[in-house]
Write a protein that binds this ligand. Sequence first.
Ligand code: NAP
Ligand code: ZN
Ligand code: ZN
Length: 375
Amino acid sequence: MTLLTDSKRPAAASAQGAQTPAPPAGYGPYSAEGMAAYSPTGPLKRQTIQRRALGPKDVAIKLRYCGVCHSDIHTIHGDWGPIQYPQIVGHELAGEVVALGASAGKFKVGSRVGVGCMVDSCRHCAECAAGFEQFCENGNTQTYASKDRDGSITQGGYSTFVVVDEDFVIAVPASIDLAEAGPMMCAGITVYSPLRRWNVGPGKTIAVSGLGGLGHMAVMIATAMGADVTVITTSPGKAPDARRFGAKNVIVSDASTDWKKHTRSFDFILDTVPYRYNIDPIIPMLKRDATLCRVGVGKLVDPNVFGQMALVGARNAIAGSIIGGIRETQEMIDFCALHKIKPEIAKIPMSGIYDAWSKVVAKQARYRFVVDVNA
Ligand code: NAP
Ligand code: ZN
Ligand code: ZN
């Protein structure tokens, strides 16, 4: 392990926030302060946790920011099944490396890095070997609410410090601020991966349903890929923003929408809506053989239903997609740097997370809240 002496420790490592317990020098374990949920509802409260001592391939990261994903809210609300409390969520982490395990060589002390939804996987199944850790046949370890290698439950990025295997850490390009890097770790890769999988590019006409954290990244990324993008939104006020992000057209979804006007219009539809809604009018807007891919994942007890009649008319498919592999996540952030794509963010302190959650659920995020974990 690379021991960080005080003289080698970068300023970022010693500049602890007033309320952050300083991690002990060396290999850890390190204390971290987070904001934990203690029940499905009710405000988050500060909690001090221990991050493990550095294993050979671990890196210790002093976190600066963590994006607020709708998945954090689903998880704590129990939308996807019961969880154990207290639980710290957050899987859009960004910070600086402050210490390295003995054989960790991917980063240096001071490297600007991010961590997304996964912190480990089996590494030997066919999916892992192919770079699809998100589909690990033996189940990957997620950044929060997941059983870690030592049997403990992982605690996420609404916290000041984290220890992660370097294989699951992403390098942040110099042109991207750490606050903007956070949302790329989940929102960015979750939309980039299906856009690539369904060959979105020049000459393709696509739609993005839901203009939130994922949706606004999807519009910018698909536009940069060369596609002609339409936004389907329930919020008419977001139309100018949709166009600013690159959309050519906006369909406002309400009782008076003339869906038929758009029949057989799209080569691909990316659906980011977080709850059950009626997709039957949307399916016929797909061209023959085209796919609607859902990345929004609603409540387990209230799944989306759709009419088969809508689907058979033009041999359409409904698919799903979950985040992306580590290699592809690096590819995504490098693509964003190249095309100068950045999420539109609003910074909040740790004490503001619970209030931000209400705004996210009310479709009021513009377009990603990012927690300054030291404020
Ligand atoms: P978000 O910021 O809240 O955006 C969702 C957008 O969906 C809203 O802004 C809203 O856009 C639209 N919407 C339509 N009906 C809605 C309703 N009844 N309630 C709330 N929003 C509604 O959420 P996000 O962080 O982008 O996440 C979107 C979904 O993707 C969530 O279910 C999340 O868990 C899931 N997710 C999945 C993955 C994956 O790997 N598959 C990864 C990350 C997140 P308009 O105002 O434009 O209608
Ligand atoms: Zn997420
Ligand atoms: Zn695996």
